[in-house]
Design a protein around this ligand. Structure first.
Ligand code: ARG
Length: 362
């Protein structure tokens, strides 16, 4: 039976012949829209790091290949600004008024001898980390190197705990340029707790959804270096990692203080109790504001359903156990008992250090 969007054997053979011809004459070829969509979805399915793959078929793919890098573009046209505008549009579309979409935008691929546009950011929305004289950090310690790099490009940060970093766009052979994001493209959620009013005094917040921008899409022999990917958060990523890891915001001592816990002895389990309540606060706050978020129990159950569905299709489910098991209450979901193979299959996403890192510019 022919499935929707699938080519017949004759159509597939003819498409392959065309691709071969293009590769012979131009050393590259262009994916059709349908190939791009199916390819990005399968790349997600193949990626071992994501617990949310249950939804791989629902990924929306936005084709931005013709927005920039058109060899016929008029001289003087601001190509970096065009990339930036398309990225801002990506954020607005993903946000969708709080009902976060699974959205991937595909910018032009690298061509033979002509690398495509890139961004320096690891996620489109991230908070700055400023190194202070005494060795401590204001903001997100994970962003210190990137923040140093953009400060050297003459960006001026405010030195706060949650300053949104600018996007840095770079085209081959040109200087990188930074652009501050407009605030309506950066929705955030203030963290409060339903039972502990003092949480509010901690001034914690997080951006409403992640948009990964440092992974390259490897599809059909082509490399797409700029493919921002947005999805909803799992509460444990924010409460159980970003705000609590000792090498990130490290806020469990303050959270424990707001809960009135005794932090002098490990045996009071203040860290564990603070951690759970911080994750609960994240979930509560997103729900309060009507922003999509899922809990780690639901996420892991969906992942196991995905595994089973894949097995029925005769496919393995490449997965990295340490990424699938949640950081909070890791032993409670079914994935804890299971073992996975992080097999690498193509198409896929792979880490793609930005030029500023690759060239050791920092
Ligand atoms: N863990 C990363 C963060 O906290 C985001 C990774 C992707 N997560 C997701 N729910 N799609 O920002």
């Amino acid at each position: 039976m022919e499935q929707e969007g699938h080519l017949t054997a004759v159509q597939a053979a003819s498409r392959l012949a065309d691709v071969e011809q293009d590769v012979l004459s131009h050393h590259t070829y262009r994916h059709t829209g349908a190939e791009l969509t199916a390819g990005a979805r399968i790349a997600w399915r193949n990626n071992p790091l994501c617990v949310g793959k249950f939804y791989w078929r629902a990924l929306e793919v936005r084709d931005c290949r013709d927005l920039v890098d058109d060899p016929g573009d008029t001289p003087g046209q601001d190509r970096e600004a065009a990339v930036f505008e398309a990225l801002v549009e990506h954020l607005r579309l993903s946000w969708n008024g709080g009902k976060v979409r699974l959205l991937l935008s595909v910018f032009p691929p690298d061509l033979p001898g002509l690398p495509a546009a890139r961004v320096w950011n690891s996620q489109l929305i991230r908070y700055a980390g400023y190194r202070r004289g005494d060795g401590t950090v204001a903001g997100d310690p994970d962003s210190v190197r990137f923040t140093d790099a953009v400060l050297r490009l003459d960006w001026r940060g405010k030195g706060g705990e949650f300053d949104v970093l600018p996007l840095v766009v770079q085209l081959p052979g040109r200087e990188p340029r930074w652009f501050d994001l407009p605030s309506d493209a950066v929705p955030e959620v203030r963290i409060t707790h339903p039972d502990f009013p003092r949480f509010e005094e901690l001034g914690l917040r997080w951006h409403a959804f992640p948009t990964i921008s440092n992974q390259r899409l490897d599809l059909g022999g082509l490399r797409y270096p700029l493919v921002p990917f947005s999805a909803w958060y799992t509460c444990a990523e924010i409460g159980g990692r970003n705000l609590s890891d000792v090498n990130r915001y490290n806020r469990l001592p303050q959270v424990a203080g707001a809960m009135g816990l005794d932090t002098h002895r490990d045996r009071t389990l203040w860290r564990d109790r603070a951690l759970v309540e911080l994750v609960a606060a994240v979930l509560h706050s997103f729900d309060r504001d009507g922003v999509s978020i899922i809990d780690h129990h639901f996420a892991t159950k969906q992942f196991v359903r995905h595994e089973e569905r894949e097995a029925k299709q005769g496919r393995a489910c490449p997965a990295d156990w340490s990424s699938i098991v949640p950081a909070t209450s890791g032993s409670t979901p079914p994935a804890w008992q299971r073992r996975y193979e992080p097999t690498r299959a193509l198409p896929n996403f792979s880490p793609h250090p930005a030029w500023w890192q690759a060239e050791g510019r920092d």
